[in-house]
Design a binder for this molecule. Structure first.
Ligand code: 4NP
Length: 148
């Protein structure tokens, strides 16, 4: 789960998908990262924590990290939360990144749409609620598609 800062959108997705993984008894490994380094080491945004906790999901222990080339090896799927993020993922991947592993996160909800999850960082709390709902629906689609 990769966004820009790894403090607003992708931490919600990490928390939500991990929660569903437990509910469905799966053994998937999920992590999140940001393509930028501004917020490395920080806990998720207050409103991201708040909306998750309202749904029984505690993401307070997460810490922001930057996406690294090695993530292409560690993970089978890499979800970009926006177009600029997807471009930066490609850049961090170096010369021949396996871009077949990378897709827009929202393509799991609306295939082929190449939509970005709106960036709530400069907005109000309601933006985080909107983003949570989108992420929750998309994580349901991911579970349905990949659960064996
Ligand atoms: P995120 O949100 O990518 O969902 O974590 C943002 C966090 C920080 C910034 C932009 C977006 N920023 O410009 O610092």
């Amino acid at each position: 789960m990769v966004c820009l800062g790894n403090i607003c959108r992708s931490p919600i997705a990490e928390g939500v998908l991990k929660n569903k993984i437990v509910e469905h008894g799966l053994n998937w490994v999920v992590d999140s990262a940001g393509t930028e380094s501004y917020h490395v080491g920080e806990a998720p945004h207050h409103f991201s924590q708040k909306v998750c906790l309202a749904h029984g999901i505690d993401i307070s222990g997460q810490r922001a990290r930057q996406f690294v080339n090695e993530d292409f090896v560690r993970f089978d799927k890499i979800y970009a939360f926006a177009g600029d993020v997807l471009n930066e993922i490609k850049e961090i991947g170096g010369r021949y990144p396996p871009m077949g592993k990378v897709d827009y996160f929202l393509n799991e909800l609306n295939p082929g749409s190449n939509q970005s999850v709106p960036d709530p960082y400069y907005g109000t709390e309601s933006g985080y609620v909107t983003v949570y709902k989108l992420i929750d629906a998309t994580c349901d689609a991911i579970i349905k598609k990949y659960k064996q």
